[in-house]
Design a protein around this ligand. Structure first.
Ligand SMILES: Cc1ncc(COP(=O)(O)O)c(C=O)c1O
Length: 444
């Protein structure tokens, strides 16, 4: 399909300035490996795995074949009252991949649904144990947990909240954001060591305010992805784990971005050596090819909810989606997990990570308006100071300039993020870093 054949009038694009989009539409019509093809026939290097999704690169035959085979075998079957063989297989593989006793998988279709599902499981768990008063959720400033009312409420990106302000969940509080722009604007491959104890406020103010016995769960992204790859200080997640344990609060890691290899390990939980009570996933679980999300729960959570005495016909946890454990999504997930293992793509992400981080620090530190660079795992963010035209204008201009020069980067406010597929090659890293550096200069 060529550019001229596309009707642009009917599609309302998500998280996109639609009016501006129509001034110069950006339309992809194909993808393979590390590259997109645009409607105008141009090649674009995908430097952000699309939306942090395509860890194994585009158009992987192994995944495509598995999907096609599944379609010819069991295309869809009801998700309620029945399971399908592929869903059991995917859940088993996920449990084997996940650390600790994160062995029970609740499937949904997106990261947003995973967020809401995990919050509901937290309420169900506490209630099953006779602690139904635990209803406070704690998120973190600038956290992103999708767009459902639960995820949005524990989320902390103000631009995503202000239009819907009055409709937030009650009983939600937020940890302070994990960033020290004075001492740790530049982070290279290692979590920074903060002089200050960043979680003291949780212990000394937030928990006493709500009473820890009323708190159901704390949800954080191990590395804050959507806000612009902000890295927790060393020891932060361990300490959060200890505080949650001390007060009987469930700890939820939202690993929608950090899961399935971005950190050079299966999950950020492995990378940081901290096992949460629930782990939310989506995106790379199917290489982005079929929508899928889910929540991995520790055994004890499932067991507590199952141990409530109920008659045989009563559903223990009244929650689920028509497409929970969809056989085609599960076939894609099984094939993706096999591919990640067969090609040792977690290891590959780990080995490419320093190349990406070092290249960005070397080429971009000191360029006009650059006020921070943070690299960890196979991802890096370059932070620009906001222009007097408003927050995000500079990031958006650099994003557009990169695209004009054949590279897709992601702008998150005034952060520009590179997070390529794990199959990225050194020359492609050089190209994306060079184009980003030139864009920053051109749009300064
Ligand atoms: C950490 C995190 N949680 C949840 C979501 C929402 O996922 P989805 O867009 O699939 O609903 C995202 C999306 O980027 C995310 O990064």
């Amino acid at each position: 399909m060529g550019a001229a054949d596309i009707h642009l009038d009917n599609l309302w694009l998500p998280f996109t300035p639609n009016k501006d989009f129509h001034q110069s539409p950006r339309v992809f019509t194909g993808a393979d490996g590390m590259y997109f093809t645009t409607a105008a026939g141009r090649k674009v290097l995908d430097a952000v795995s699309s939306l942090w999704c395509v860890g194994a690169g585009h158009n992987r035959r192994e995944i495509n074949d598995a999907i096609y085979k599944q379609l010819q075998t069991l295309d869809y079957s009801t998700a309620f009252q029945f399971g399908n063989d592929r869903a059991f297989e995917a859940a088993h593989m996920l449990a084997q991949l996940a650390p600790g006793d994160l062995n029970k998988v609740f499937f949904c279709t997106s990261g947003s649904e995973a967020a809401d599902t995990s919050l509901k499981i937290a309420l169900g768990y506490h209630r099953a144990r006779g602690q139904g008063q635990r209803s406070v959720f704690i998120g973190r400033e600038r956290g992103y947990h999708g767009v459902g009312f639960g995820g949005m409420s524990v989320g902390g990106i103000s631009g995503n909240r202000k239009m819907f302000g009055p409709a937030m969940l009650p009983h939600v509080d937020h940890l302070r954001f994990i960033h020290d722009p004075v001492n740790h604007a530049y982070v290279k491959g290692e979590p920074p060591v903060f002089a200050e104890d960043w979680l003291l406020e949780l212990e000394n103010r937030i928990l006493p305010l709500h009473d820890p016995g009323n708190v159901a769960a704390i949800i954080v992204e191990p590395v804050a992805g959507s806000a612009g790859w902000y890295i927790p200080p060393k020891g932060y997640l361990q300490r959060l784990r200890e505080i949650c344990d001390k007060h009987g609060i469930l700890l939820i890691f939202d690993e929608v971005i950090t899961g399935f290899g971005r950190m050079g390990a299966p999950f950020a939980a492995d990378f940081f050596g901290v096992v949460p009570d629930m782990l939310n996933f989506a995106k790379c679980v199917t290489n982005g090819v079929v929508p899928m999300g889910g929540v991995l729960c520790r055994d004890g959570i499932y067991e507590a909810i199952m141990s409530v005495p109920t008659p045989a016909h009563v559903i223990e946890f009244p929650h689920g989606y028509t497409y929970s454990g969809h056989p085609v999504a599960c076939a894609a997930a099984v094939a993706t997990m096999k591919l990640l293992a067969d090609e040792k793509l977690f290891e590959r992400a780990a080995s490419m990570a320093p190349h990406l981080g070092n290249a960005v620090h070397a080429a971009i530190k000191g360029l006009p308006n650059v006020i921070g660079i943070r690299s960890l795992g196979l991802a890096v963010a370059v932070e620009l100071s906001p222009s007097d035209k408003g927050v995000g204008q500079r990031g958006y201009a650099a994003f557009q300039d990169c695209l004009k020069h054949g590279v897709l980067v992601r702008s998150a406010g005034d952060n520009l993020v590179l997070a390529p597929a794990y199959v990225v090659e050194q020359p492609q890293i050089e190209q994306m870093v060079d184009v980003l550096a030139q864009a920053i200069k051109r749009t300064a």
